[in-house]
Design a protein around this ligand. Structure first.
Ligand SMILES: [Zn+2]
Length: 337
């Protein structure tokens, strides 16, 4: 995919674009950030810019080279992941990679290896990779992709240039849906809010199903009352069973409180995302103290980070929900309805 077609990540693309133009590309990068935000897309797009037969400062996205990189068939661009049925990237895979990097590239351009997810390399594999990182063949480009640094050796980390990726903003997603997909502005905003800014999901989701799910979860949240820790634990356990679901629900609650904050700061004319719940947000904004809204949003920021780093989900959610219900100055109900 050409750089110009990537939604979001503009800062990262500029950094890479400038390095490409100045022929100053580093030999090893670590693309760091939450799962599902498009790190691999950017890595493959970088490979395409380097190899495309027709592009100048960007890839064309249509030539045989671009298509073979997209489809994983280009001889100079490899994606290394755990083999089928395996949970780790092994030393054997890293030795294979080393051997391949020793040969000249087929195209005369760079040989690119994308290791995704890099945190699944076991320790012997990382030590083996270290040799390549310490003495890389001149035409090699290594891109490690990961959602955390905790599982990577410091010696590996110190030899990679880090680029940080985060979620595409809801505004960017809504802008894309509206501008390039021709979706009506109100619907684009709502879809982006429902999917927490995940473009792939916004394009493929069943809007009505998502609306139903959100309604059901918000009702579950609202039914919690102060001191009902048994209810909190049951809800935390149910959410924790599924990582994606827990992140999704937390994002919905964040979207809800963000709208309350917008309403409190700018009044009813503020641009809320949950456009189908305007009246409820208006009510909540008038009963919730501003300071409490800010506190909840800061707790949510922390919870999202912890969930993404795969800490104990049930504990994280229990702590969060207990704070949400016990410190809610508006009485019962963690989420106002
Ligand atoms: Zn091309």
């Amino acid at each position: 995919m050409p750089f110009t077609e990537i939604v979001g990540h503009q800062k990262q693309l500029e950094v890479l674009g400038r390095s490409l133009e100045g022929n100053r590309l580093h030999h090893a990068y670590l693309f760091l950030g939450p799962d599902g935000v498009g790190k691999r897309t950017v890595a493959l797009s970088l490979a395409a810019v380097i190899h495309c037969s027709f592009g100048n400062h960007d890839s064309c996205g249509r030539c045989e080279t671009c298509l073979s990189i997209r489809d994983g068939n280009h001889p100079d661009v490899r994606v290394i992941k755990p083999e089928p049925g395996k949970r780790e990237i092994t030393i054997r895979q890293m030795r294979d990679l080393q051997r391949q990097l020793e040969f000249r590239s087929f195209s005369g351009k760079k040989k690119i290896a994308i290791i995704d997810p890099a945190h699944l390399m076991n320790i012997p594999a990382q030590n083996s990779l270290l040799k390549t990182l310490e003495d890389p063949p001149g035409d090699a480009l290594l891109i490690l992709i990961s959602n955390n640094t905790a599982s990577l050796l410091s010696t590996v980390l110190s030899r990679c240039l880090r680029l940080y990726f985060s979620f595409i903003s809801v505004e960017e997603t809504a802008g894309f849906l509206e501008g390039r997909k021709g979706i009506a502005p109100e619907k684009a905003k709502l879809l982006a809010a429902l999917t927490g800014g995940s473009l792939g999901e916004a394009l493929n989701c069943d809007e009505n199903k998502l609306l139903d799910q959100r309604k059901r979860w918000i009702e579950r949240f609202s039914s919690l009352s102060q001191g009902n820790h048994r209810g909190v634990m049951a809800l935390a356990e149910e959410m924790a069973a599924d990582r994606e679901l827990s992140l999704q629900v937390v994002q919905w609650v964040e979207g809800w409180y963000r709208d309350i904050l917008i309403h409190q700061m700018t009044g009813p004319e503020g641009e809320i995302r949950n456009t189908d719940m305007g009246e409820k947000i208006h009510e909540a904004a008038s009963t919730h103290p501003f300071k409490h809204t800010l506190s909840v949003l800061s707790w949510i920021g922390r919870v999202k980070g912890e969930l993404q780093r795969n800490y104990n989900r049930r504990l994280i959610l229990e702590n969060f929900l207990i704070k949400l219900v016990d410190r809610n100055p508006c009485g019962p109900g963690a989420v106002p309805t």
